[in-house]
Structure formats: C-alpha cells, structure tokens
Design a protein. Structure first.
Length: 287
C-alpha cells in the first residue's frame, strides 16, 4: 500500500494511506543503509489488522532538507513581515535561493500588512512580483489568506522565513476549517504561536502543509559559485549573452546581467544580493 509519512516520533512513522493513518516502524535495512524516513516521504507499507504497519520502501524524493528533516516540498512559501520585525531583503533573497536550489516552486508572502506602510508593501511588489507570486496578507485580520489558500490548492507546501514574521499564525489560519454555518471554527492544529517541537504534515482544504519548527537559511558554501546565477530566475533571459562564457556577473565588461540591472530590467536590489552572496562564497572558498 502506498502512503505518505505525516509524522515521525521516537522511531514511529505515522503514514496516511487510503484514508487511514497507520503507526509504522521502518525496516532495519534503512538503518543499515544510513537512510532515515522523513515527513513528506512517499512510501510503500505493509499493514496489519491492528492498524500498525511497516515502512518497506521509500519512493524517489523530489527534494529533502536537513533542517527541518522533511522531503518532497513542492512549494515553498517564503514569509516576511511588513513590520515588526522590519523586512530584511538580503535574508529573504537567501531563502529564495534555498528554495530554487531545492527545485521548489517559490512564492513570497508578506504578512502583517495591517501595520505595514504602503511604501514597504509596494517595495515587496516592485522587487518580487515579476519573479514570484506575491501575496499580501494579514494574520491578524485574515485579509489575503483566501488567495494564498487558493494558490496552495493541489500542492504539498511549507512556510519558511525568519522568526517573528507570523508563520505559526498563518499556519493555523490556512489549516482551519469551517465547522458549521454559525461560524464555529475547528482548528486542525491546536497550538499557539512558536510552539512547534516536531514536524508534521497536515491536510488543508485541498492542499497539504508542513508544520515545522522552521527552515534554517542555507549556508552560502552549500552553493557552487557557478550555479548561483541559475537560482535567480530573472537572470535566465540574460545568461549566455555576456562577452565571456564564464562571466560571474560582478565587474566583467559587457555583462548582460549587469546591463539588465542598470537598465532596470531586473531588480538592482536583487542583483546586489546576488553579488553579495557570490562574493561571500568566493571568500569562503579562498580560506
């Protein structure tokens, strides 16, 4: 039987398959081969009449992360706050590189729109809306959440971003269901803010959402210098059009990417992030 691991605690893996959740142990062969089943893994299981089972095989993964340990994140929604804390665009760009490197569909979610200025909200739109889907939401008022839910439909997604931006609040809003016509709300995650201690995969209204302690921004040395340019989607129309085939898009003459930034065809803010990341990667390699 095929299913998906929705939770793993103390050596037990809870696998959702054909409408049921089975408590499973992993076969010893995984430990022998140094393989750890992850939440989000698609697996083949053998089940017993008492509702327990065994994880027999892990099907090929789309991607996998170490921090948190999850697999098959199809869509990464990167959450930033319009205020409290003030947004860090360089940090957000690092998260976009992490998502792109992992083969995720990437989206930007700007939370706390109810307290953010129009100027900062427009800055998010100007920098990112031509590259990724951008959602302006408020976890406090619920505005914009329905559009984000519609975007997630049919996807297995995760929220990522720095602490304090409201990921827990958004997770609760995305996973809540209308229990009756009177407006009584039944939450599928009965917890408050910032209390996640383990990773779990929940079913929302037509989508699946990882609830995690949080994704750690990648270390720059995890990316090959020559690959970094490919994780900025807006660069792609200009790659291969520079004078030099091995152009790093820093100070080389006749660089198509640098010219596109100069002509405002791509965001100068994003181009600055790229140069900062590449410079840091080159310095780390030197030492």
């Amino acid at each position: 039987m095929q299913g998906v691991i929705v939770k793993g605690i103390a050596g037990f893996y809870y696998v959702e398959a054909e409408g049921f959740v089975y408590e499973c142990k992993a076969r010893g062969i995984f430990r022998k081969d140094g393989i750890t089943p992850l939440v989000g893994d698609k697996v083949l299981i053998t089940t017993a009449a008492d509702g327990t089972g065994t994880v027999d095989e892990i099907l090929p993964r789309v991607n996998a992360f170490d921090r948190p340990p999850v697999a098959n994140v199809e869509t990464m929604v990167l959450v930033a706050a319009a205020k409290d804390p003030d947004p860090s665009f360089p940090l957000l760009d690092r998260f976009t590189v992490m998502a792109e490197k992992s083969g995720c569909e990437t989206a930007i979610c700007v939370n706390k729109a109810d307290i953010g200025s129009e100027e900062i909200l427009n800055r998010f739109k100007n920098i990112y809306s031509s590259i990724f889907p951008v959602f302006i939401v408020s976890g406090e008022t619920g505005s914009g959440v329905s559009q984000l839910k519609e975007f997630l439909r049919g996807k297995q997604a995760a929220l990522a971003g720095p602490s304090g931006v409201g990921k827990s609040t958004l997770t609760n809003l995305l996973l809540e269901t209308q229990a009756s016509e009177t407006g009584e709300i039944s939450r599928k995650t009965l917890r408050g803010k910032n209390t996640t201690r383990h990773t779990e995969l929940f079913s929302g209204d037509g989508f699946k959402l990882f609830d995690t302690p949080g994704f750690t921004s990648f270390e720059i040395n995890e990316v090959e210098e020559s690959d970094l340019q490919h994780y900025f989607p807006e660069f792609r129309p200009y790659l291969g059009k520079c004078r030099f085939d091995n152009c790093r898009h820093l100070k080389e003459p006749d660089c198509a990417v640098a010219q596109a930034a100069k002509d405002l065809l791509i965001s100068r803010r994003r181009y600055a992030s790229y140069k900062d990341m590449l410079t840091a990667a080159m310095q780390q390699k030197k030492y």
